[in-house]
Design a protein around this ligand. Structure first.
Ligand code: PFF
Length: 455
């Protein structure tokens, strides 16, 4: 007898798992900086437009593929387009997240180390001027980053090994509310610091002069990254969504939760950055250099408060990274279980070894292997650039083309109406279908091209 496939247990569980995947480092280390640099509230408006007209339709297209096939990414293509070249979209969707999680987990490891530093009250004794050197010493060394990377991957794989319901669903349901509570607490603390107003202004003041034709490309690129599009996650998670759920509601709910968290992260981080009188930046430098600088400077006057804030912040970053890495891993695990008939536990062991090996190389590429360059970048930076600028765009593009041009329109309608059991507004469906078929592929192709021209 065929073993029954697991499903998420209801709408809240679906949104929590999808939002857990979406909310990650992208919200914390990319969004606040992008907003400030590209016109504040004006950029947020562009981001919302890009999400509504392009990213959410792509999200829905991936959901349609996943739920209709109820299979892993490769199996989905075999079910919906048997024997065709679309199988390569399946393989691409399985490989991309495995590549991504290899460098993402290195950053997750750094978060483990910084949480440990916070718990051991190390920020109290750090001199603010040394935070950059401390970070640099960590990432270029061998032992500590590898141990922390191992811890991060072991937790992520451990959760996936427990299964869809007992692992991923339980973890997401527990972590998402905790994430929101933590980020609100940090935001409240941050906006009350002296001089925080400048940070709020940086985030919110609409500055139309900063909007350029490329801003839309940046906004779309950010919402793509943030919503975890084009890398098989939405297909895989949606394959666990029951036929009774309204896929429109779960897609919109996830996008809303993701945006809300990104804005809260902006309020948690930028006011503190401005209060400390430093230049905002993006990426690893913001989290592991700028923020420790703030904590160690504040430690002189407010040791207890700054220690608590540091622990809470690195805990938030770690949980956000974990809920995302779990989703990245599940794509490959689902593939091995269904296509290679492996037991979940074994699939996790095999992928742990493969991902772990590449992650070790990514980690060492900032230290002993820093001389190895691909297109002038070390392996870590190249992997990041290649996956987020090229693989995601390609995956997302092929998914909308698949749903808009390969699948039958009646089948897409069937998914919208839960196999004809629910009444749905034809005009809304028509609009979403138009966006999937025409606007989204064109927009992604344009962004893909512009990404090469962007600095
Ligand atoms: N959406 C998650 C984030 O914003 O961190 C997960 C993620 C997306 C990780 C895209 C990596 C990536 F390239």
């Amino acid at each position: 007898m065929k073993a029954e496939r697991e499903n998420f247990g209801g709408r809240i569980a679906v949104i929590m798992a999808l939002a857990g995947s979406a909310i990650g480092l992208g919200n914390i280390w990319r969004f606040p900086y992008m907003v400030g640099e590209h016109g504040g509230a004006a950029f947020i408006l562009l981001y919302v437009l890009a999400s509504v007209f392009v990213s959410i339709p792509i999200f829905i297209a991936e959901t349609v593929i996943g739920r209709r096939s109820a299979a892993n990414c490769r199996g989905a293509m075999e079910k919906l387009a048997p024997g065709s070249a679309w199988k390569w979209l399946g393989y691409l969707s399985v490989i991309t997240p495995l590549i991504i999680v290899s460098y993402y987990s290195v950053v997750g490891g750094w978060a483990v180390d910084y949480l440990w530093k916070g718990v051991n009250l190390r920020f109290l004794h750090m001199s603010p001027g040394d935070t950059g050197t401390i970070f640099n010493t960590l990432i270029t060394s061998v032992r500590t980053p590898l141990i922390c990377l191992g811890v991060f991957l072991a937790i992520s794989f451990g959760i996936v090994a427990l299964g869809v319901k007992s692992g991923i669903e339980k973890f997401s349901k527990l972590c998402l509310p905790v994430l929101f509570i933590l980020i609100v607490m940090i935001a409240i603390y941050s906006i009350r610091l002296p001089g925080a107003g400048a940070g709020i202004e940086y985030l919110l003041k609409p500055d139309l002069s900063k909007l350029t034709p490329k801003s839309f490309a940046y906004a779309l690129g950010q919402s793509f990254y943030s919503l975890s599009l084009g890398m098989g996650i939405i297909i895989t998670y949606s394959s666990y969504v029951s036929k009774k759920e309204n896929i429109f509601v779960s897609s919109a709910g996830t996008a809303l939760a993701d945006l809300f968290f990104a804005i809260l992260a902006g309020f948690a981080i930028m006011p503190a950055v401005f209060s400390a009188g430093i230049e905002p930046g993006a990426g690893a430098g913001l989290i592991f250099d700028t923020l420790p600088y703030i904590f160690s400077s504040m430690a002189v006057e407010m040791p207890v408060l700054s220690s608590i804030a540091a622990i809470l912040l690195f805990l938030t970053i770690l949980i956000a990274a974990l809920t995302s890495s779990v989703s990245l891993i599940e794509v490959g695990v689902a593939y091995l279980i269904e296509e290679k008939k492996m037991k979940r536990g074994w699939a996790c062991v095999v992928l742990f070894l493969c991902v772990g090996a590449f992650a070790v190389i990514c980690s060492l590429s900032m230290g002993p292997l820093s001389g190895v360059k691909i297109f002038d970048k070390n392996i870590f930076d190249f992997t990041d650039m290649f996956s987020s600028n090229i693989l995601l765009a390609l995956g997302g593009f092929l998914c909308v083309v698949f749903v808009g041009w390969k699948m039958k329109k009646e089948d897409v309608w069937d998914e919208f109406t839960n196999s004809g059991t629910k009444k749905r507004n034809k005009a809304i469906f028509g609009t979403v279908y138009f966006l999937i078929k025409y606007l989204a592929p064109v927009a992604v192709a344009v962004i893909f091209a512009t990404n090469f021209l962007l600095d």
